[in-house]
Design a protein around this ligand. Structure first.
Ligand SMILES: [Fe+2]
Length: 170
C-alpha cells in the first residue's frame, strides 16, 4: 500500500503537458531549497480541471516548475513548508526515480518508488521522507504550493477529501 506516500489522480493534464516544451524554456529560474524553481502563471494552471477543483477547496498559492540537473541526487528530506504537493512530470523520456523511504537503522532505508505515468497528476506526502535520483538529462516537474502550510494542513486531510470526491485513480 503506497497511499500514505502518494496517490494518482484520475483527471489527467490537458494544458500543462501540451505546453511543457515552452514552459521549460524560460529564464526565470530561482534557487529554493537547493532546487532550481520557477513560477508558472496561474492563468495556465487554473485551466487544468483537476487543479481548479483542488484550488476551490484547498487554495493554491502558486504553481511552479522544479528542475533537477543531470546526474544529481536530491537527498532524503521533508519539504520546508509544504504538507503535500501535486506533481506532474514534464519530461517523459528521462531516467529518474522518486523514492519514499522508511529508515530501518542508521544506515538503511526501505523504499517505495513513485513511477510517474505520462500526463498524470499525483498527490505527494511531502512530509514523509523522500528523495529524487536523476540520471543523464535535466528533469522537469510541475508542482503546486497550497496556501496552507504544513502547520495548518496535512497530506491526510487533502487525501481524505480527494478520496471522498472520487478524484483518485483506483
Ligand atoms: Fe520534496
Amino acid at each position: 500500500m503506497t497511499d500514505q506516500y502518494y496517490k494518482k489522480f484520475k483527471i489527467t493534464s490537458t494544458i500543462i503537458s501540451s505546453l511543457s516544451e515552452s514552459l521549460i524554456q524560460n529564464d526565470a529560474w530561482e534557487r529554493n531549497y537547493g532546487l532550481d524553481t520557477c513560477i508558472i502563471s496561474d492563468k495556465i494552471w487554473c485551466k487544468e480541471p483537476l487543479l481548479a477543483t483542488l484550488d476551490n477547496r484547498f487554495p493554491i498559492d502558486f504553481g511552479f516548475l522544479i528542475r533537477i540537473p543531470p546526474n544529481t541526487v536530491y537527498n532524503w528530506h521533508l519539504d520546508g513548508v509544504r504538507a503535500a504537493g501535486v506533481n506532474l512530470k514534464l519530461t517523459q523520456d528521462t531516467h529518474s526515480h522518486t523514492l519514499f523511504g522508511e529508515p530501518l537503522d542508521d544506515w538503511n532505508d526501505k523504499f517505495v518508488e513513485l513511477e510517474y505515468d505520462d500526463n498524470s497528476f499525483y498527490l505527494l506526502n511531502t512530509q514523509h521522507r523522500h528523495c529524487v535520483v536523476n540520471f543523464d538529462k535535466y528533469r522537469y516537474m510541475f508542482s503546486v504550493q497550497f496556501a496552507q502550510t504544513k502547520e495548518h494542513i496535512t497530506y491526510q486531510e487533502i487525501y481524505e477529501w480527494c478520496s471522498l470526491k472520487g478524484l483518485f485513480d483506483e
